[in-house]
Design a protein around this ligand. Structure first.
Ligand SMILES: [Zn+2]
Length: 367
């Protein structure tokens, strides 16, 4: 008998015997089937041929037993052979079915291991971030100024002293330079620096564009401050500039009041205090009635009823000389807002560092 035969049992004939001997013969076949099924390869082709060896209609083991044992069996054994054959068939089919399930499960696992996608699996949820509070504030500021005809321009964070200082009417040795502790990139004052404000874009825009000019300039600025709860090396500004024929202080005041009402609510009132900036004349600090107490006094406004918003003023005519604008025919106003400060004030944030630490427990409070 060839080694690849499904069983070593003699299937050719049953011969004479007793029912006990019949049972023993079937036990032998079943025992061998169990052994071979347990050790059968799960390779699909090999498995298929194993199934055919046992259940194939023409020459499968079960068919051979039917033909060689059952059909020629003497009457006194026929019943025993029939019963044993049925039991063997049921056993073989049950074992083959179970083994089949195992092989299919193994094939699925192998497919998963190869990276094939199981469409029945639930999806993986990706956390979607939100806009940062600073970005939200920028968006709101831009919305307000875009609605009254301003456009947004951006400029370089690395500047020359000319654009950061001189053209803004801050000559060398001017005390205003000392107020803006500056990061100089090459160590010497003749080289480049990190802009200390967004005002250089006033000059760059007026150099390129003829009046009328109405721009806002969002961007990061840098100063050598000692970091604490309200100071850092970097902060966010938004610059504004409007230049045209016949822009008056009334236009300036009206624009400021419109902004304050849009940003803090329709009941907010505005107050201008005299101030000094080298590139505006006259200059003003813009205050608004406290948005928390409405002006009656509270901890946020230090019981004054007013909060300081930003600095502004009419463009100093000296600045126009640097950009070849005619100060006799043109006038305008400018302002520079600290966006971090406005965001902290409006949303009740007391610590500046949380704006850059990106702690999700903080960020989630401003969805
Ligand atoms: Zn208050």
């Amino acid at each position: 008998m060839a080694t690849n035969d499904p069983t070593t049992q003699t299937l050719a004939q049953l011969g004479d015997g007793t029912p006990e001997k019949v049972v023993a013969r079937f036990d032998g076949v079943r025992h061998e089937f169990d052994e071979r099924a347990a050790g059968a390869s799960s390779d699909p082709e090999t498995w298929k041929s194993f199934v055919v060896q046992w259940t194939g209609r023409k020459s499968g083991v079960l068919s051979q037993i039917t033909d060689n044992w059952l059909k020629p069996a003497p009457p006194e054994l026929k019943k025993a052979v029939g019963q044993e054959l049925n039991k063997l068939k049921a056993h073989v089919e049950a074992v083959l079915e179970e083994k089949c399930k195992q092989i299919e499960a193994g094939a699925e696992q192998a497919a998963a291991a190869r990276g094939q996608i199981d469409l029945s699996l639930p999806g993986v949820e990706h956390a979607i971030g939100t806009r940062h509070l600073i970005y939200q504030t920028y968006q709101e500021l831009e919305r307000i100024f875009l609605s009254i005809g301003f456009s947004v321009v951006e400029g370089p964070e690395i500047e020359t002293p000319y654009y950061n200082f001189e053209a803004l009417n801050i000559p060398e040795h001017h005390p205003a330079r000392d107020n803006m502790d500056t990061f100089y990139i090459h160590g010497a004052r003749g080289g480049h620096l990190l802009r200390t404000h967004t005002s250089p874009m006033q000059i760059r825009t007026m150099e390129k564009e003829k009046p009328p000019v109405r721009i806002i300039v969002p961007g990061k600025v840098y100063r050598r401050d000692n970091p604490d709860s309200t100071h850092g090396y970097m902060f966010h500004q938004i610059e504004g500039l409007a230049v045209d024929a016949d822009i008056t202080f009334c236009d300036f005041k009206g624009t400021v009041e419109y902004f304050v009402r849009e940003f803090l609510g329709p009941k907010a009132k505005t107050r201008l205090r005299p101030s000094y900036f080298p590139f505006t004349e006259p200059s003003a600090e813009v205050d608004a009635t406290c948005h928390v107490c409405g002006g009656s006094g509270c901890r946020v406004c230090k019981f004054s009823g007013w909060i300081e918003l930003f600095g502004a003023g009419m463009v100093d005519p000296a600045v126009y000389g640097f950009v070849k604008y005619d100060p006799e025919k043109l006038s305008g106003f400018a302002f520079g807002m600290g966006v971090d400060r406005l965001a902290m004030m409006k949303y009740g944030v007391t610590e500046l560092p949380v704006l850059t630490q990106n702690d999700v427990r903080f960020l989630r409070q401003f969805p």
